[in-house]
Design a protein around this ligand. Structure first.
Ligand code: PLP
Ligand code: COI
Length: 340
């Protein structure tokens, strides 16, 4: 397969249109079969549910070129299941999980020329999403929906790639205790725009959100979960009903236990404990696992012993093992890799 002439190594995390995307419509209580299109434009009612009441959710996963030249997708079945959860919480019809995976495979296959080459540092980011497409003016679910999947080649989510970032403790809340923090609803990201821009204006890469009820426990950032490492090499990651159940995190927990023989604790993490950890990272599809060097708590700094120059040793190992599995030079657990 001839690849597109793209400067892969210098890609940022941005939208580059590719040739094909998948579209399926839901109407009269049923999903149509759907298929690929070259049309990147969506046309909907001015009163569409998504435009008026933000009835939309999405997913994110990646395709890679392995060392031996195969194109693979990382755990798309888990994205299908999470999207189904998001849809149920937003009163949207579930796009069948097997068909979700088929649609993702079709989009990657059709855009094979955009799957970055092995070793380029770039990947193909896949974005499935769904929205209420017909008119609603009273507050209620739409009756028609569109499910789409597009793909776009991306580089690192944080500028500087694997260099530690500085984040701040946010005074804003991301999710209410019994709200929508655990699903991938567009509305969770709309409310994070003001806090993230404010963080950037003040020189921070991301926000650390605390639990809204007590503001004593670590939740997550706007787009990734936290992973901490204790001084005796235990991996600790926050448990909460109001954070997104990260597929990267679930994978890293397995990698830590089964590949690296590390102890893992998934539990409530109090902000007061954070100063005692040896390493801190943000994990997610886009972030992979990005090291945090410093956390600013209203002017007070927590500086991790791993410092600002490079990743700490455990996070480095976790990252190398996970990306090794994704890129095909470390044997993957059964079912993690979908070959296109
Ligand atoms: N938390 C939030 C708020 C996210 O947007 C994401 C990104 O998808 C994650 C965590 C990481 O989830 P995953 O590893 O499934 O990409
Ligand atoms: C992802 O990691 O897939 C996400 O959706 C995070 C987003 C903030 C880019």
């Amino acid at each position: 397969m001839e690849k597109k002439n793209i400067d892969w190594s210098n890609l940022g995390f941005g939208y580059v249109p590719t040739d094909y995307r998948f579209v399926a419509n839901y109407k009269n209580g049923a999903w149509e079969e759907g298929g690929l299109t070259t049309d990147a434009t969506v046309t909907i009612s001015e009163c569409a549910g998504v435009l008026q009441y933000a009835q939309t959710c999405f997913e994110g996963m990646k395709a890679y070129t392995t060392e031996d030249g195969r194109t693979v997708i990382f755990r798309p079945d888990l994205n299908a299941a999470r999207m189904a959860d998001s849809c149920r919480r937003l009163e949207m019809p579930v796009f069948p999980e097997d068909k979700f995976v088929d649609a993702v495979v079709k989009v990657v296959e059709a855009n094979e020329a955009y799957v970055p080459p092995y070793g380029s540092g770039a990947t193909l980011y896949i974005r499935p999403y769904m929205f209420g497409s017909d008119a609603v003016i009273g507050v209620k679910p739409a009756s028609e929906y569109q499910f789409r999947v597009f793909a776009t080649p991306v580089g690192p989510y944080f500028k500087g790639g694997a260099k530690p970032i500085t984040i701040r403790v946010s005074d804003y809340d991301r999710a209410a205790p019994h709200g929508t923090g655990h699903i991938k609803a567009g509305l969770n990201y709309a409310m994070s725009l003001y806090p993230i821009m404010e963080a950037h204006r003040e020189g921070f890469a991301e926000n650390m959100y605390l639990d809204a009820a007590t503001r004593t426990k670590v939740e997550e950032t706007g787009g990734a979960n936290f992973i901490f490492v204790t001084r005796d090499n235990k991996v600790v990651t926050p448990k909460s009903n109001s954070i997104l159940p990260s597929i990267t995190r679930r994978s890293l927990i397995y990698v830590a236990k089964e590949y690296l023989g590390l102890e893992v604790e998934e539990r409530e993490v109090y902000f007061d404990e954070v100063k005692d950890f040896a390493e801190c990272g943000l994990c997610g599809t886009a972030a992979v696992i990005s090291p945090v060097g410093k956390i600013n708590d209203h002017g007070k700094e927590i500086c991790f012993p791993s410092r600002m120059e490079e990743m700490g040793p455990v996070i480095t190992k976790l990252r190398e093992t996970l990306t090794g599995i994704q890129m095909g030079h470390i044997k993957a657990p059964e079912g993690w890799i979908k070959v296109v």
